[in-house]
Design a protein around this ligand. Structure first.
Ligand SMILES: Nc1ncnc2c1ncn2[C@@H]1O[C@H](COP(=O)(O)OP(=O)(O)OP(=O)(O)O)[C@@H](O)[C@H]1O
Ligand SMILES: [Mg+2]
Length: 402
């Protein structure tokens, strides 16, 4: 926390519910809005007259005006801290806002406490004085993929079970709120879901949350996605943050399976995470989307040391070599999962391949992913190198002529 109160300038775009924005802003003595601007010109002028710690840009939907304002502010003063307060998750806006210079984006409605936390975090981060996310040792791993059907759910379920097989306490969250299929992949009946949790009255604590977690034979505790797509909207960012915080104080690992793309819930989860596994496939279209996903994480200032790259359906037959992959993505993949007909079979059986076929190449590769993530900081380098260059599956996949 800064030692003096944070001063902010609030720039409100036309069409924004100013009252709702005000209700989301901190009302503690360590924060004050010094002025409110209602146009880009006014904002630039006020910033020049009265420097502030942070500029808050409140906008509704996709706003070209807001993007132009962000670009102008960053051009005039590259050190200005800028936070966007957005509404909805308009296609492409979040990415464009980061590109235009936003340091952080908070989706409204949000609680005063959350916005206050994000503002202080942003200032600390920019000053380079941010403390590690928490002193806790638990980890929250977000499994991401910019496109549908790349193997996110397969990865999240097998990673969770592989971690549990190592004796870790693991919670798995299905954040694909409309079409989640973690329960199917694990053969769990969808008795109680995150929708039921959102509907249940009263404050949330572990005892209550515990009653909504299904238990898999591996020991993985799972929060299952809603049964129907129309129930998805009942699950808000606030609930997710609470759930993550409670789970992190109880489990060694929280693994989050996500829907395709960077939706508002996914951004919330990335913000709460300690690590990301980016899942791509070995074809040129998928590599392009994976690159966009990695660039978006970079724009969000995500620590690259905590981003793991997994390529699914990696097969030499497709004619893309390891150097092609590195040329497109600017980095080597950490883990390769081959195409294997056993995979759809195990999905249909509802038994993850790390349990059903532990000796198979995909199961071994998921085991390597768990090992890579669990390696202590100091031991990470050699393990990454081993997975990137020396693993059995990787040599076989890239070593043969296509
Ligand atoms: N390496 C593989 N070999 C064979 N089949 C695979 C492989 N990876 C994925 N599949 C098949 O593709 C299907 C889709 O995988 P999965 O559900 O994990 O993708 P997803 O990224 O979670 O998709 P969505 O974005 O729709 O949630 C699986 O059910 C499986 O049958
Ligand atoms: Mg999925």
């Amino acid at each position: 926390m800064p030692s003096r109160p944070v001063k902010a300038l609030l720039s409100i775009e036309p069409g924004v519910d100013a009252e709702q924005v005000q209700e989301s802003l901190p009302d503690e003595p360590d924060f004050s809005i010094v002025s409110v601007a209602t146009s880009a010109e006014e904002t630039i002028r006020m910033l020049a007259d009265t420097p502030v710690d942070v500029l808050l840009v409140a906008c509704a939907g996709y706003s070209d005006r807001a993007l132009l304002l962000l670009e102008a502010v960053v051009k005039h003063n590259p050190d200005q801290h800028v936070m966007v307060l957005g509404h909805g998750s308009p296609n492409g806006f979040l990415r464009r806002a980061f590109e235009a210079g936003a340091d952080d984006i908070v989706m409204l409605p949000a609680t005063r406490e959350h916005v206050r936390f994000e503002i202080h975090k942003l200032i600390a981060r920019k000053q380079g004085s941010e403390q590690p996310v928490s002193a806790e040792t638990s980890r929250l791993v977000c499994v991401l993929g910019p496109k549908g059907g790349t193997g996110k759910t397969l990865t999240a379920t097998n990673l969770a079970v592989a971690l549990a097989q190592r004796g870790e306490r693991v919670a798995l969250i299905d954040l694909d709120l409309q079409f989640g299929d973690v329960a199917l992949c694990l053969g769990l009946p969808p008795e109680r879901t995150v929708y039921d949790l959102a509907q249940s009255p009263g404050a949330l604590d572990f005892e209550k949350l515990d009653a909504f977690l299904a238990t898999h034979t591996s020991g993985v505790r799972t929060l299952i996605a809603p049964r129907r797509p129309d129930q998805a909207s009942a699950v808000g960012a606030e609930l997710l943050r609470e759930v993550y915080s409670i789970l992190r104080s109880t489990f060694d690992w929280v693994v989050v399976d996500t829907p395709p793309g960077f939706t508002a819930e996914v951004i919330t989860s990335i913000d709460s995470s300690t690590d990301v596994v980016m899942v791509g496939m070995l074809d040129s279209l998928s590599l392009k989307n994976t690159k966009l996903g990695l660039e978006t994480l970079e724009l969000m200032k995500y620590d690259p040391d905590h981003i793991y790259l997994l390529l699914n359906r990696a097969h030499s037959r497709v004619g893309i070599s390891q150097s092609d992959v590195e040329a497109v993505l600017g980095r080597a993949p950490d883990i390769l999962i081959p195409s294997d007909r056993e995979i759809p079979r195990t999905v249909n059986e509802g038994i993850p391949i790390v349990i059903a076929r532990p000796q198979s190449e995909p199961a071994e590769a998921y085991g390597q992913l768990a090992e890579l993530l669990a390696a202590p900081e100091a031991g990470q380098e050699p393990l990454v190198a081993a997975a990137a260059g020396g693993s059995r599956s990787k040599r076989r996949l890239f070593g043969r002529k296509a």
